[in-house]
Design a binder for this molecule. Structure first.
Ligand code: C2O
Ligand code: CU
Ligand code: CU
Length: 501
């Protein structure tokens, strides 16, 4: 499969056409015909207000007949889609049946620090963790994944991730597709690097640690060549970037537009019509796509590009260790084929959503966080061997790598702060636990349209200014994290922690 893919890329590499290529579809992009994707299992906890997941080790045949060692929740790779009710208290039960320690962080769920599942809430092999989760936020597509310091990248890559949907039961009234697996589809986007026999292993080299680990084989819900039957009407796609490092730069091969209706923390006030959307690690987006014409579509992505450092000195190290991207042209992510036997109740994209309008108070505090590529710093003043050769690949924030025993900020419960985030060498997807924020400026100007709504993760290219609300408590024993969601950067120190009291 990898060979075929590489061959395909070679033959199209000279094309400078960007997304202009219906030719991308069905001309050997996949070794075999796309397979109908087995949907991720769903745990509907909206009525029961309780769910159980267990981390397990297993094997997954990403390539038929070639098992790779993987981890998952309740299954060998990835976990179920869990639906919880907005306004409910949900009793979660997480078992660790693997032989490695894990945690389960609810990314985007706004709960107190002691239930957040970050690095301080380790679940030992054989142990269980049973947090009660007060779900007090509007509907949104969230996700969950293991989050132990230094051990996040390898274990999320192995499969310890799943999707968490906050649902308030009113989507049908909003005129939104709401039947999971029919007109409401979850797509977990990831990439894998296969060895020559087709086994997916996580063995990052230095360039992978520097740029983040990219793979040349793209997966949706744990499958290559994913294909979804869709009804002849409006379909909702809930996209989750669960890749370690890959930025997906998405469009449809036929150039059709779509409506962006929600970002990380829920609905936008009005849908935004787009033909292209970038989704960086940790981010989510909900799209409405119109299949009323009866024509199917292929979702494609442009290759990964690294942009957005504030310092030009990045060139040297980056030249030494080239970006490990294997794609040189847009590549298929998922195929959608219209199935006339499926019910298609919706033909109209809603004009507006009932988003609560909460004016933010003027921030009282400004904090600046610089995301540092410390291994690439010249000289010895960052605690390294110096002389231009990094002793080890180290990342940090404001000059310091993550330390479980150091607090990097203390915020006041109920306050709003202005956070100014910048990255020196490249762009970084920046995430904050326990809060939602608004992007108020990017490089001093108006933010990109897709950053209009409430977010919890944002791709920082240059200087990004946020207004952050601290509505959920976290004490020093269970602080919230702030970090880059390139998991290699996070594990190597590009993370900090803060209390909210
Ligand atoms: Cu998605 Cu701190 O994590
Ligand atoms: Cu998070
Ligand atoms: Cu980073």
């Amino acid at each position: 499969m990898a060979v075929t893919r590489r061959h395909f890329l070679k033959t199209t590499a000279s094309s400078t056409l960007y997304f202009a290529a219906p030719a991308l579809v069905g001309c050997g992009a996949w070794a075999a015909a796309p397979t109908l994707s087995a949907p991720l299992p769903v745990i509907d906890a909206t009525e029961s207000r309780a769910f159980e997941i267990a981390a397990v080790a297993g094997e997954t045949e990403f390539v038929a007949g070639v098992p790779s060692p993987t981890l998952g929740f309740n299954q060998p790779y990835l976990g179920p889609v869990i639906r919880v009710r907005a306004g409910a208290e949900v009793a979660a039960s997480v078992m660790n049946r693997t032989n490695v320690p894990i945690s389960v962080h609810w990314h985007g769920l706004l709960v107190p620090g002691d239930r957040d599942g970050g690095p301080h809430q380790q679940i030992a092999p054989g142990a269980a963790w049973r947090p009660v989760l007060p779900v007090a936020q509007p509907p949104a597509t969230l996700w969950y994944h293991t989050h132990l310091h230094g051990e996040t990248a390898s274990r999320v890559y192995a499969g310890l991730a799943g999707v968490l949907i906050v649902d308030d039961g009113n989507d049908a009234d909003r005129g939104l597709p709401a039947t999971l697996g029919v007109d409401d589809l979850v797509l977990v986007l990831q990439d894998k690097r296969l060895d020559t026999s087709g086994i997916a292993l996580y063995r990052p080299g230095e360039a992978d640690l520097m740029h983040g680990f990219l793979g040349g084989a793209v997966m949706v819900n744990g499958q290559f060549g994913a294909s979804f039957p869709v009804p002849r009407g409006i379909v909702r796609l809930r996209l989750v970037n669960a890749a370690n490092a890959r930025n997906f730069d998405l469009a449809f091969a036929d150039g059709r537009t779509f409506a962006l209706i929600a970002t990380d923390q829920g609905y936008l006030p009005t849908p935004l019509t787009l033909s292209r959307l970038r989704l960086t690690p940790g981010e989510r987006a909900e799209l409405l796509v119109d299949f009323a014409s009866g024509d199917g579509a292929t979702l494609v992505s442009a290759p990964h590009v690294e942009t957005g450092g504030t310092m030009e000195m990045g060139g040297m190290m980056h030249d030494m260790l080239p970006l490990p991207e294997t794609f040189t042209a847009p590549f298929p992510v998922a195929v959608f084929a219209v199935d006339l036997s499926l019910p298609a109740p919706l033909r109209v994209i809603p004009a507006a959503f009932d988003v609560e309008d909460q004016p933010l108070p003027t921030p009282t505090t400004t904090r600046r966080f610089i995301l540092n590529d410390m291994g690439a710093m010249m000289g010895g003043d960052m605690g390294h061997a110096g002389h231009g050769i990094p002793a080890a690949m180290t990342f940090g924030i404001n000059g310091r790598p993550f330390d479980m025993n150091r607090l990097d900020a203390e915020a006041v419960l109920g306050a709003t702060e202005r956070w100014v985030i910048s990255g020196e060498m490249m762009g970084h997807p920046f995430h904050i636990h326990g809060v939602r924020f608004l992007v108020v400026a990017e490089n001093g100007g108006v933010p990109r349209a897709e950053n209009a709504g409430w977010k919890d993760t944002v791709f920082v290219e240059g200087v990004t200014e946020l207004l952050v609300r601290f509505d959920h408590p976290a004490d020093a024993a269970n602080p919230f994290m702030l970090h880059c969601h390139i998991l290699e950067h996070e594990d190597l120190g590009m993370m900090g922690q803060f209390t909210v009291t």
